[in-house]
Every structure is written in C-alpha cells, then in structure tokens.
Design a protein around this ligand. Sequence first.
Ligand code: BG6
Length: 496
Amino acid sequence: KRPPASVLFIFGGSGDLNYRKLTPALYNLFLDDYMPEKFEIAGIGRSAYTIDAYHEHLKDGITKFSRRKGEENGHWDNFSKNVTYLQMDAEDQTAYSVITDLVKAKEAEWGVHPNVIFYLAVAPQLVPAIATKLGSLNLCSDKACTRIVIEKPFGHDLQSAHDLNTLLGRMFSEEQIYRIDHYLGKETVQNIIALRFANALFEPVWNRNFIDHIQITASETVGLEGRGGYYENSGALRDMVQNHILQILCMVAMEAPVSFDANEIRNKKVDVLNAIRPFAKEKVHENAVRGQYSKGWREGKPVPGYREEKGVNPESATDTYAAVKFFIDNWRWQGVPIYVRTGKHLHQKATNITLQFRPAPHFAFPAESGETWRPNRLTISIQPEMDIRLRFQAKRPGQSMMLEPVEMVFNFDAQFGDQHAPEAYETLLLDVMEGDATLFMRADQVEAAWKVVMPILETWENRPPVDFPNYAPDSWGPEEADAMIARDNHSWINLP
Ligand code: BG6
C-alpha cells in the first residue's frame, strides 16, 4: 500500500543532507514502489538553480550515495519529473505564498487534498523563524494532512529544547511534529523490538536477576568531516549520547508494549528515561568520562588533532569522546550498570549492544575447566556488522571436561542478503508520509533525554578539562574510561 498523495517541501533543498540522504532515500522509495501515486518534491533554497542544474545536482548525489542507482528504464526521469526547486528567502514571509500556490496547483491537478510535509533540513538557528512563518499559513491548521519534520540537534540543552517545543506547539499540534532520530530508522535498531517481544525466550532473563551489566558502544573512525563549526558547539555527549545512544538504551530497557500504537511505544520509552538515576553533580566525575583526540596516526597517515581542525578553537574544551555509566531505578534494572561510550577517531567503526549475564549459580566443573570459562553474552551488532551473537560454554572435545566459549550467530546478510534493507531515511520518510510517528521523538521524550545529560554537561562546562587532548586517534579512547569500568571489575568489550 502506498501513502496518500503528498507534496514535500525540503528547506535546505540545496544542502548536504538532501543531497546525501533525503533525495537518495526518496528515490529508493520510488524504485521500490513506496512513493505515493501522486507526489511532488520541492527543494527550497537560497541558491539560484535552473531546474536542470538542480536535477543534475541531485542525480549526482544519487550516483554517489544511493543504495540503488536504478538508472535503467528511465526511472530517474520519471522520478525527477516530480521534483522542482523553489529559490526563496526563508526569512521573508511574503515568499511563502509560493508554497500555498504549489499546494493549490497540485490539489487542482490531482483532484485530492494532499499531505503537505515540511522537512526542515537547515541549520538549527533557522528552525524557529521558518516554523513561525509556516505557522501563519492556513495550511498548517490542517492537523490531519500537514506535518513538519525537524532534524537534530533538537535544542542545545534542556531549556532551549523546551523553548523550541513551546514555539512549535504554538503553530502545530504534537501529532504534526516529526522529530527525527535517524538511529530509530535503522533496521537493526528496530529489530531489537522483534528480538525482545516476538520471542518468549529472551524476556524472562532480560532483567536484574540474570543480567550483570549492559554495554552500548557507538565508536567511529571518522573525525569531523568538515563539520567543525557545528561540532565545536556540540561535542560527543550532545551529538550522540543525548539522542542516538539514549534511544537505543530505551529500546533495550523498555517494558513490553501492549500494542504498536505510536504513543504506547513512546510512553514505554519515556518511562525508561524518567527512571534513569539523576547524577549528583559531585558524582559526575565517577560516572562520566570525556575525551578529546590528539594528533596522531591512522593506517600510516597523519591525523590532525581535534584542536587543529577547521572551525575549532585551538584551546577547545569540546568532548570528542564520552563514556557514561547509567543506572535505571526500576524493578527490572535496579543495580544493573549500563555503560555507554562513543567517540570520533576511535580504533573501529562499530555500534553494538552487549548484555552480559551473571555466572551460573553453582559451578560443579573441575577447577581447571574454569580457566576458559567466560560469562554468557548476548551481543547485538547494529552496524557495520549486522548480527546477533549469543555466547555460551561448550564442552571441548576430548577425554576431560574442558569448557570453551562458543557462539551462536544470526547474521542479517546471510539470512536476508537478497532482500533490500531500506536505509534509515527511507523508513522514516515513508512513515512521515503515512502519518506514523512511532519512530519519531515526542516533545516529552526529547526533554527527558536532555534532563538525563544536563548534570554532566553542566559539570563539564563549569570545570574545564585539564588533560585535553587525552586520547590518540586509532585508540579506544582515554585511559580514564578504562579506569571507570575497571573500578566495577569490568572491561569494555571490543569485538574483533
Ligand atoms: C549524527 C552525528 O547524528 O550521527 C554524527 O551528528 C555521527 O556526528 C552520525 O557521525 C553517525 O551516524 P551513523 O548512521 O553513521 O552511525
């Protein structure tokens, strides 16, 4: 089933996100027959483009970034017929009449009132002005058909996120607002729900009685990729933990939903955020570690230090690495530490979640077999590896009872390799057109996530780091992070 007729306006139409992610995603939806029968996509930007030049620009993005190229059979021509470009100054209210005119023209042509979707792929400081101007169009009072999509960062802290929610709430009702966290669109992230709640096997052990601790890693090998201006005012905690990592944590820790209703799932997630133990400021240094990369080497090539990057203050105190130990104060998770970490220029690109189980209550095996014993682990690899592995003990063949840890592996590619796994943005854009907000952040979710990180951010801001830079590129981050987890007799799990 295809979504209803839709007109999509992409603010930031000539920008990077549209070029790399949005148009390729819409094009893939088109190739897979998921676009509405009737659709129009209007890129909005300040730059001057002829329509041909705009199409060329987008086509170039598809050649470079699309999951499928689909050049054959004139697909691109059929798609791009429905793509237009509006050069406009988004700060000028009078310019917005082109939007209403385009919607009216399409309505007359198609004979149906379409969905109208405003996608704000612009710098965060432009969002309030654009949303306010859109809000004065009559179109926006149509709660059923008009939607606004907001990219991260959603606020810079709790107060600014709250102010932005209040501002948007004046013009749009909550069900019209789609706050994107692209991690929620990833197939392997959505699969956490299937693993946990479509099986009877895991849920009974998914709690403090069986789980010793949880680790979530989102390590990157890239640096700033030219985004110094943005990142310098953000840092790893804001850029990755407040949003993506806390959202993954919610999926791992939430209670079972009663239905797939958008609000039901989001209520269960927000319960997790509200149950995360708030840090007392004087405890922050015991439970959170920040890092910044120095200059160094990767694969024989020099890597400039963070403070040498373009757009970065040479004495910058911005974190490019963050590790935090959380506790969730509820029945299921009381006393189970949850260690999360993320950083730029680390040794490996890997996003994964590991649940480490407690040892068996009694060990009847000969003492020497204990030497090779390892705790049970369930590891969910989100990317680039996409698999789920369960580690358990097996008897090593031979005349004595020796144990050896082995793994049962479910690999997405081996199982489903011949089927198209949609990119996160495909899933999310389709959901917006269908009006399904399950995978989007509700106002209270965003604010609850900010509340979790605020004490850390405030403590860090008030106490400038004394040891920056404190980790080398291609390493696993600062030693202090190893020390933090070692104090609990654990260590970070680095998958091979
Ligand atoms: C973005 C961050 O939200 O997520 C980037 O701003 C980060 O700094 C990116 O690199 C990671 O996304 P992915 O999908 O490549 O893991």
